[in-house]
Design a protein around this ligand. Sequence first.
Ligand code: FMN
Length: 201
Amino acid sequence: MTHPLVSSEGAVEFLNLPAPRTEGGMPLLNALHNRRSTRSFARRPLDDTLLSTLLWAAFGINRPDTGFRTAPSTRNCQEIDLYVALPEGLYVLEPLVWRLRLVTGEDLRAATGLQDYVSTVPLNLVYVSRLSKLDEADKPLRQFYTALDAGYISQNVYLFCAASGLATVARGLLDRRALARAMRLDPDQRVILAQSVGFPA
Ligand SMILES: Cc1cc2nc3c(=O)[nH]c(=O)nc-3n(C[C@H](O)[C@H](O)[C@H](O)COP(=O)(O)O)c2cc1C
């Protein structure tokens, strides 16, 4: 089934995201009760508003006057980019214009992990760090902080999924070098973590 944001011709260069929902939802404590990792997904895609709201919850801008985000980042470096691997192609989130930009029309879902379900789940998020945005001079500390920053985004996704009846699992088990090549990343970028999202099977 074609994702609703994609034209019938296939992947399009920019997918303009509808406004996300930024109010309501399940009470936080209930979402914490529901939070879990799930590795079994239906093939049904997320509709465009659900996708937009997922991305906003993950790492959208929640204070437009300052450009601050829904997840914290070390010294507000905002060095993590959200890549979205859909059947129609790989996209990267442009948070300021609130759209997805096409990176490649290839279906890279299978490349985002080493477990069977990653190739059929409707979407895989990949958290990619742009190291030069981190102003920490010490390399191990840069890696430490950027891993933390990705963790906050991942937990936002876990809680949004728990509150929205979606299934998700964070994934560190991946071939980062092969994935970076497939994703056309440049030498300044590092794959930190992936996360599958879909409806439960
Ligand atoms: C950084 C990180 C990496 C993970 N990597 C994987 C993974 O590669 N594959 C997987 O199936 N689960 C992965 N998980 C999910 C954990 O296995 C899961 O969180 C743990 O078993 C506890 O289950 P729960 O999330 O349902 O509480 C990862 C979790 C984290 C936080």
